[in-house]
Design a binder for this molecule. Structure first.
Ligand SMILES: Cc1ncc(COP(=O)(O)O)c(C=O)c1O
Length: 440
C-alpha cells in the first residue's frame, strides 16, 4: 500500500489538510518549513523520514516519524500529552518477525501495550499472548483469544490467580522457584510449565536484573520436581533484558539451555520448548541493528546447539512490535535557567516520569525528541516533567540539545514511545490525568 510517494508530498499533503483556525501542529510546521529531515539527518547521519512507506518499513529505517501518525497529528486536535500509535506498523513488525523466524511461535508481551486495538490486530494475525496478570488474561479472553493461545508468563503469581487462570482454560505457566511450582501444581493440575533461568543482561538498555529466573542447576531440580507433582515439564525460558544491544547474549543463554536439555534427559525428562523471551529493540537515540541480524543470530545459535532436532521455539516480543509505531505529542510548559549564567536551560514538558516516561528512570531509555525548530541553533538542556516531585527529571546527566528558539507552549514529538508508556502512567499523581492514547 502506498500512502505517499515522497516524504515531501506526504508532508505537504498533511500541511494542506490542517484547518487554518485549528491548533498549529508540529508535524504541519515540520512539513511547511521542510527542515525536519535535514536537521535530523545532520545530527544522526540517518535519514529518519522515509521517502515511501516501504522505505520506512525497512528494518534499518525503523523509528522515524511514522507518516500516518504525522498526518493524524497534523490534521486533528488532540489532547496533550497524547500517544498516537499506527497499528499498521505493529502489523508490519509482527509479519516481519514471522517472516524472519517462521519456526517460532509468537506470544506478544501484552505488558508492552495492552490497547485493545493492538491486541485485536495481533490476534487477527494469529499471535499468541504472554500475560503477566489476571487483568491481562481477561483483556485477551474478552477479545475472543482462546485460552490455548495465552501463557501466564509471570513467575510471581498468587495462588488465587493461578486458579482463576486455570478455571478460564489457561494451561501454560512460568515459574522459577519451588514455592511457585507447588502453587501451580495445586491450582493448575497437569498444566504445562516452563522454568525461567537467570541469564546475563549486560548490553540491555532496560535490564531485567536478578529479579527473575533461577540458576540452571536449580532449574533441573525444579523441572524434575514438576513431573513428580503431576505437571508437564514443557521447557525453559529466559529473557536477555529489554532493548538488548549485545547480540551475543542470546548465544550465551541458548548454550546454557541446550546443556540443560541434555542434563535433564539423563533424569528421564525430555523437554520440548525454548522460550527465547523478548529483547529485540526499538529505535531510540542510538542506532540499532536490523531485526534480521537478531533473528539470524538466534536461529544460528539454536541450530548450532540443537542441530536438526530443534525444539519448539517461543518468542515474546513487546518493545520491538509496538515501540516504533507510537509517537507522543507533548507540550513545553516552562523553560528556565537556575542562575543568570546557567549554561543549561531546563525544559519542563507536560509529560514526565510519572505520566508515561517511566523508562527514563536512571536515564535508561533515551527517546528522540523533535521540535518545530529543528535545524536551528541548539543548546544544552535538562528535560523534566511537570510534577512537584524532584525525581521527575528525564535527562540531566545525558547530554540533550534542543533549539534555542524553543518556547513555552511549543509542541514536541517524542519518538518510539509505543511501548511501556501508557500503562506506566500514574492515574492521577499531582492531579495530572493519565496519558491519553489514540490508535489509528
Ligand atoms: C516475561 C517477559 N516476556 C517478554 C517481555 C517483553 O520484552 P521486550 O519488550 O524486550 O520484547 C518481557 C518484558 O518485560 C517479559 O517480562
Amino acid at each position: 500500500m502506498v500512502y505517499a510517494t515522497t516524504k515531501a508530498s506526504f508532508l505537504a499533503a498533511s500541511a494542506k489538510a490542517v484547518s487554518k483556525g485549528g491548533v498549529t501542529m508540529l508535524a504541519t510546521k515540520l512539513a511547511r518549513n521542510g527542515r525536519f529531515r535535514q536537521s535530523v539527518a545532520i545530527k544522526t547521519n540517518i535519514s529518519l523520514v522515509p521517502e515511501t512507506i516501504d522505505e520506512y518499513h525497512l528494518p534499518d529505517q525503523q523509528g522515524g516519524l511514522p507518516p500516518r501518525v504525522a498526518q493524524y497529528i497534523a490534521t486533528h486536535k488532540i489532547p496533550s500529552p497524547c500517544l498516537v500509535v499506527d497499528t499498521n506498523i505493529v502489523e508490519h513488525n509482527y509479519t516481519s518477525l514471522i517472516r524472519a523466524m517462521p519456526m517460532a511461535n509468537i506470544y506478544y508481551a501484552v505488558k508492552a501495550n495492552p490497547a485493545e486495538e493492538i491486541l485485536s490486530r495481533l490476534f487477527q494475525l494469529g499471535s499468541n499472548f504472554d500475560t503477566a496478570s489476571i487483568g491481562e488474561i481477561n483483556l485477551c479472553l474478552r477479545l475472543g483469544v482462546p485460552p490455548s493461545q495465552i501463557s501466564y508468563g509471570n513467575t510471581i503469581k498468587k495462588a488465587a490467580d493461578i486458579s482463576y487462570a486455570y478455571n478460564r482454560g489457561i494451561r501454560m505457566f512460568a515459574f522459577d522457584s519451588e514455592d511457585e511450582l507447588e502453587k501451580i501444581a495445586a491450582c493448575a493440575p497437569g498444566s504445562k510449565v516452563y522454568c525461567r533461568i537467570l541469564v546475563e543482561s549486560e548490553g540491555a538498555e532496560w535490564p531485567l536484573s536478578r529479579k527473575f529466573g533461577c540458576a540452571p542447576e536449580m532449574a533441573i531440580h525444579l523441572l524434575v520436581k514438576s513431573k513428580e507433582l503431576g505437571l508437564d515439564p514443557y521447557g525453559i525460558s529466559f529473557h536477555v533484558g529489554s532493548q538488548q544491544t549485545n547480540l551475543t547474549q542470546w548465544d550465551k543463554a541458548i548454550t546454557q539451555v541446550s546443556k540443560l536439555f541434555k542434563d535433564i534427559l539423563t533424569q528421564g525428562i525430555s523437554l520440548r520448548m525454548v522460550n527465547l523471551g523478548g529483547g529485540f529493540p526499538s529505535r531510540y537515540r542510538s542506532a540499532v541493528r536490523p531485526l534480521v541480524n537478531y533473528t539470524q543470530t538466534v536461529m544460528q545459535s539454536m541450530i548450532r546447539h540443537f542441530g536438526v532436532q530443534l525444539p519448539e521455539m517461543i518468542l515474546e516480543p513487546g518493545r520491538s512490535l509496538v515501540g516504533d509505531a507510537g509517537v507522543i505529542q507533548a507540550e513545553v510548559v516552562l523553560i528556565s535557567r537556575k542562575s543568570d549564567n546557567d549554561k543549561k536551560r531546563w525544559i519542563y514538558l507536560d509529560i514526565g516520569k510519572f505520566s508515561g516516561l517511566a523508562e527514563t528512570m536512571d536515564e535508561s531509555i533515551k527517546y528522540r525528541i523533535l521540535t518545530e525548530h529543528d535545524g536551528t541553533t541548539t543548546g544544552p538542556v535538562v528535560v523534566a516533567g511537570p510534577t512537584c516531585d524532584s525525581a521527575d527529571i528525564m535527562y540531566e546527566k545525558t547530554s540533550y540539545d534542543l533549539p534555542l528558539a524553543l518556547k513555552s507552549g511549543d509542541k514536541v514529538l517524542i519518538l518510539s514511545t509505543g511501548a511501556y508508556t501508557t500503562t506506566y502512567s500514574a492515574v492521577g499523581f499531582n492531579g495530572f490525568d493519565p496519558l491519553d492514547s489514540i490508535y489509528i
